[in-house]
Structure formats: structure tokens, C-alpha cells
Design a protein around this ligand. Structure first.
Ligand code: ZN
Ligand code: ZN
Length: 238
């Protein structure tokens, strides 16, 4: 069975936001599929939309009852942010990830921090736009994007989604030595590329505008990483 990309979103995500996010994911996959031999008939990666899901028999107190459970378990009331290392670990440990390994993308409206809770409390101004467990999962938030002028939001969200998909699929490759910038668990690209890191929402818009001049916004090295994932996934299930 082909590996899938699970896409979930929090309750407050608008239809416009999740529609846009999904179309950004589809665009990247379509581009990769078109350049992958045999992927046209049997694309190695599919998107599964789970949205804001709930499993009624488990709700409201059994673990993993729904999208909101992950948020409740990783939200820190004091810093008023989701602690992303906690969230990503819940995803890594989830029963469905163990039963059937897949990629995970989660779209939240809560603000995020990639610091563990004690450090986040010491640095209350620190936030992050997105965070990932490279090669498996990524979460992103519209919290800061919604603070941008309306004309910039769609561009920023689509850029962040593409960046997150790149991380979830394993870009930037950890064995790579050139044109890289390390940030915590994540490795970023320093080429003119969607895998460059944006510290805040304004930088995100700047980078998105710069990359919009490119016909394809993943640099050749990051593109090779994504293409090797496509090849690996085709062999895994064939
Ligand atoms: Zn990143
Ligand atoms: Zn790159």
C-alpha cells in the first residue's frame, strides 16, 4: 500500500485556510509525480484528509480520541502556546503511526514554541511558525499568519505548508554538508529555496516573495532529496 500523508487541522482553522493548505501540498506532489517515472499511474504518495477528526467511543478521556487531544496534551497554559516537541512526540508514538507508518501534517491556530516548556516559560517572547520531526511529521500554525495584512496571508501560508511538507519528507537531508543551516532538530537550506528558515511572519513573506520568481521553489539539492523519497516509497510498497 502506498504511504500516505495524513493532513489534520484544528477546529478553528477556516475552510479557506485548510483548502489553501491542501492545494499547496497537492501542487508539490503533482510536480514531483510528473517527474517520477511510473508515478503517473501509481503515485507513491497520497494525501489523506482527516481534518478535525474525533473517535466518539474514545472521547473525551481516552488517549488519542481526536485532533484536539494532541493540542490539549501539548498546550502550555502559562506560555499560551503549543509545545511542539511534545506534540510531535505524541504523533511519533501514536498507534496509527505504529500500525501504518505515514507522514503527518497538522495545521493549528494556536501559537507554537519549539522550546520545551521550562525554557519556553523563561523565554515568553519566543515563538515559532512551524516545527517538524524530520522525515515524519510537521506542524504549522496560522496564529502569526493571521496577524499579517490580508493580502499577504495566502502567500505566507502556502510557503509555510510547502516548507513543512519538505521537512516531513526529510528535507534538508541530514547527511548533507553544503548550503545548510542547523536549527535545533531541523536542518535548513541556505540556497534560494523554500527550505530556508523564516524566523517570523514578516521574514516568511519576504522569502515567499523572493521564491515566487522561481519556476519551482525547492533548490536542486532539496529537489533531489524529495525525488529520492519518491523513489524509496515506490520501492517500499511494490
Ligand atoms: Zn523549518
Ligand atoms: Zn534547498
Amino acid at each position: 500500500m502506498a504511504k500516505y500523508i495524513s493532513v489534520t487541522w484544528a477546529e478553528g482553522i477556516t475552510e479557506h485556510e485548510h483548502t489553501l493548505a491542501v492545494s499547496a501540498l497537492e501542487q508539490v506532489l503533482r510536480w514531483l509525480n510528473l517527474r517520477h517515472p511510473a508515478a503517473f499511474e501509481d503515485p507513491p504518495l497520497h494525501i489523506h484528509l482527516f481534518g478535525n477528526w474525533v473517535i466518539p467511543p474514545l472521547a473525551p478521556d481516552k488517549p488519542y480520541w481526536g485532533t484536539q487531544w494532541y493540542i490539549n496534551r501539548s498546550y502550555d497554559e502559562e506560555v499560551e502556546r503549543v509545545i511542539t516537541p511534545v506534540f510531535l512526540e505524541l504523533v511519533r508514538q501514536e498507534p496509527w503511526q505504529k500500525a501504518e507508518p505515514h507522514y503527518d501534517i497538522a495545521l493549528l491556530e494556536q501559537d507554537l514554541t519549539d522550546f520545551p516548556a521550562p525554557l519556553a516559560r523563561l523565554r515568553p517572547a519566543h515563538y515559532t511558525l512551524s516545527s517538524s520531526f524530520p522525515g515524519m511529521s510537521a506542524i504549522l500554525s496560522v496564529h502569526r499568519i493571521r496577524m499579517l495584512p490580508e493580502g499577504q496571508r495566502d502567500l505566507a501560508l502556502m510557503r509555510l505548508v510547502r516548507h513543512c511538507l519538505g521537512h516531513a519528507l526529510g528535507a534538508v537531508d541530514f547527511t548533507r554538508k553544503d548550503d545548510v543551516a542547523r536549527l535545533g532538530l531541523e536542518l535548513h537550506c541556505s540556497n534560494r529555496c523554500v527550505m530556508r528558515h523564516a524566523d517570523d511572519e514578516n521574514e516568511l513573506v519576504e522569502l515567499a516573495r523572493d521564491e515566487s520568481e522561481l519556476p519551482w521553489d525547492f533548490c536542486p539539492t532539496c529537489t533531489r532529496t524529495l525525488q529520492s523519497v519518491m523513489v524509496r516509497e515506490s520501492y517500499t510498497w511494490n
